[in-house]
Design a protein around this ligand. Structure first.
Ligand code: PDD
Length: 292
C-alpha cells in the first residue's frame, strides 16, 4: 500500500502524510470502532452489511456515523480504483476524536476522526486452503460487548500470540464452557451432519462471513442451526471452521494438537467453500452476490 492513498477526514493523502494527534481518543482509550471489508476486482463484498454493522457499533458507543453510506462507498471506490488488479481488504476506523485534555468523560461536542486504507489480500491458493489450519482453545478473557467491532483488541492480540507460540493459526475462545468465536473469526462446527454456529449474543461479533455462510447453507439445503456449543461438542465435531472477511471459510484440521475428523477439511467444508468462492466470482463479474 506504499504509494496507495489513505482517506483521512475528507482528504486522500499519501500514507506518510496521514497523521492523527497523540490525544486522539482511539489511541488513548481504544475509543473507536472499525470494519474490514474485502474488495474483489475493486468491488467491496457485502458492503451494505458492513456499513450496517458499522452503524450498530457506532450507536453502541454513543456515536453517529460521520459519513453517509454513499460517502463511504465513494471512499471505497477511490481507495480501490488504483489497485483493482489485486484483491484488497479495506480497513476503516472511526474514533471519537482528539481533545486537548485526556479525560474519560465523553465530550459533549464530538469531532470524530475517520480514516480508511487498503491492504492487498494475497491471491487465494486453493492447495493451501485445502490443507486447513490449526487452532487451540483458550479462556475468553474479553469484555461482555464483543458484538461491538471496537478497536480495543488487546485480549484478542494476546490470545493470538499464545496460539502462535503453540504453533497454531487461531485461538478459539471459550467462556463459561461455551465456545464463542476465534480471536478474529467466527466459529462453525459440523455435528451429525448439522452445521452449527453459536447464536448472536453480546459475547461475539455478528460476522458478515458467518451470515453469508448461513445464507448459502439455507439456499443449498444444508441443515444448519444457531446453537450453543460446549467443549465436548467442539472436540467431537466432524468438522470445525472459522470464518472471517479475510480468512473466508478456513477448516480447522487440528484442535489442541488432536486431529479434527480425518485431519483434513471435510466434505461440508468443500461444499460451502465452493459456494463461497462462486459468490466472490459473481461479485467480480458485477453481480452484487447476496448484498441486499
Ligand atoms: N475480524 N469475530 C471477531 C472477533 C473478528 O475480529 C472478526 C473479523 C470476525 C469475523 O467477522 P467478519 O466475517 O465480518 O469479518 C469475528 C476482522 C477481519 C479483523 O479484525 O481483521
Amino acid at each position: 500500500m506504499d504509494d496507495a492513498l489513505v482517506y483521512l477526514n475528507g482528504e486522500y493523502l499519501p500514507r506518510e502524510r496521514a497523521c492523527l494527534p497523540l490525544t486522539d481518543r482511539g489511541l488513548l482509550f481504544g475509543d473507536s470502532v472499525y470494519e474490514v471489508v474485502p474488495a474483489y476486482g475493486g468491488r467491496p463484498f457485502r458492503v451494505n452489511q458492513h456499513l450496517a454493522r458499522l452503524d450498530r457499533s457506532l450507536a453502541a458507543i454513543r456515536m453517529q456515523n460521520p459519513l453517509s453510506h454513499d460517502e463511504w462507498r465513494t471512499v471505497f471506490e477511490r481507495l480501490t480504483a488504483p489497485v483493482q488488479g489485486q484483491d484488497q481488504s479495506i480497513y476503516l476506523q472511526v474514533t471519537r476524536g482528539a481533545y486537548p485534555v485526556r479525560n474519560h468523560v465523553i465530550p459533549a461536542q464530538v469531532d470524530a476522526n475517520v480514516f480508511a486504507f487498503c491492504m492487498p489480500i494475497p491471491p487465494r491458493d486453493p492447495a493451501v486452503a485445502a490443507r486447513g489450519i490449526r487452532a487451540i482453545t483458550l479462556d475468553d478473557i474479553r469484555w461482555h460487548r464483543c458484538d461491538i467491532k471496537a478497536t480495543t483488541l488487546l485480549a484478542n492480540v494476546l490470545a493470538r500470540a499464545q496460539a502462535s507460540d503453540e504453533g497454531a493459526d487461531e485461538a478459539i475462545l471459550v467462556r463459561d464452557g461455551q465456545v464463542m468465536e476465534g480471536t478474529a473469526s467466527n466459529l462453525f462446527i459440523v455435528s451429525n451432519g448439522l452445521l452449527i454456529t453459536p447464536p448472536d449474543s453480546p459475547e461475539l461479533l455478528p460476522g458478515i462471513t458467518r451470515d453469508l455462510v448461513l445464507e448459502l447453507a439455507q439456499e443449498a439445503g444444508v441443515p444448519h442451526a444457531h446453537a450453543t456449543i460446549g467443549m465436548a461438542e467442539l472436540e467431537s465435531a466432524e468438522e470445525v471452521w472459522v470464518t472471517s472477511s479475510t480468512r473466508e471459510i478456513a477448516a480447522v484440521v487440528e484442535l489442541n494438537g488432536r486431529r479434527v475428523g480425518d485431519g483434513v477439511p471435510g466434505e461440508m467444508w468443500h461444499r460451502m467453500d465452493a459456494l463461497y468462492q462462486a459468490c466472490k466470482e459473481r461479485l467480480r463479474l458485477g453481480d452484487e452476490c447476496h448484498d441486499d
